[in-house]
Ligand binder design. Structure first.
Ligand code: ADP
Ligand code: MG
Length: 258
């Protein structure tokens, strides 16, 4: 190949950001000539390699943006340990139909039963299915909204959270809301209502939300919107964290804990 053509080819690959092709092309073309691979086949191979590379990069970037505290899949979840979870419901959620229909999911249950794990697993599958996804802990969310409110940029902040097709709000209920916090949370829920999906986890049953939000009226308005189109997964079981602790404790020769 003449030098000018070779240089232009590489420059064009850079300009068009076809980095994977740029990286493998020289070796591959040599092989293609030796093995008598047709031009169509060669072009197909190179473009396919680029597509795989771009898909992987995009998946990695979108997963980083989501900001999960840890990454765990459904395959890593022991459903035998948590018998109260209906597998049919989980499998239905995994079809992603609820996201297409702008419906919500609420995981309820005491600490350690897998609420965060399952929210993350669903979030990771949503990302694989190209839905923009963002994870935030409720306390952090309220702090962010409060700050935005005082700095006169609440509208932008709400818009930012609303732009994600799937917003995972974790740990609702560990800390109580003050009046302002409840109001901001209500605004966010209203903004997303029937437009996109919220995956929410809480250790507090719905009956306790009036107390949690310090206001029965705002709590029922939030629940009304959140639950209108939703799947509620109520997990009644033991903490998986404690199960691990019990195993360690027994192994080091403590009194048997059942
Ligand atoms: P929480 O309900 O408090 O959000 P997590 O989902 O964070 O609990 O679970 C606590 C830890 O235990 C995590 O590391 C999670 O991966 C693990 N875990 C919980 N339930 C299960 C389960 N049934 N199978 C496997 N790991 C589990
Ligand atoms: Mg949790």
């Amino acid at each position: 190949m003449d030098n000018i053509v070779y240089e232009r080819l590489h420059n064009n690959l850079s300009t068009l950001k076809l980095n994977r092709i740029k990286e493998i092309m020289d070796n591959y073309l040599e092989r293609a000539i030796k093995e008598d691979i047709s031009l169509t086949e060669a072009l197909d191979f190179l473009l396919n390699e680029e597509k795989i590379y771009k898909d992987e990069t995009s998946l990695r970037m979108r997963t980083n943006v989501a900001g999960f505290p840890y990454r765990k899949s459904f395959e890593q979840f022991d459903f035998n340990f948590q018998k109260s979870i209906d597998l049919k419901t989980i499998n239905e959620l995994r079809t992603m139909r609820f996201i297409n229909n702008n419906e919500n999911v609420v995981f309820l249950g005491p600490p350690g039963v897998g609420k965060t794990h399952l929210s993350i697993s669903l979030g990771l599958e949503a990302i694989k299915n190209r839905y923009s996804t963002y994870y935030i802990n409720c306390h952090e969310l309220i702090e962010q909204l409060n700050r935005a409110h005082y700095e006169n940029r609440l509208k932008d902040r709400l818009k930012n959270y609303a732009k994600y097709k799937v917003l995972v709000i974790d740990e609702v209920g560990y800390l109580p809301f003050d009046k302002q916090g409840a109001n901001l949370f209500f605004q966010l829920i209203t903004r997303k209502y029937e437009k996109s999906t919220i995956i929410l986890s809480s250790n507090r049953s719905f009956g306790e939300w009036g107390e949690l939000f310090n206001d029965d009226i705002i709590a029922s308005a939030i629940l009304d919107r959140l639950l209108h189109h939703s799947t509620v997964v109520n997990i009644k079981g033991n903490s998986y964290r404690l199960k691990e602790k019990v195993k360690t404790f027994n192994n080091v020769g403590g009194d048997k804990v059942k």
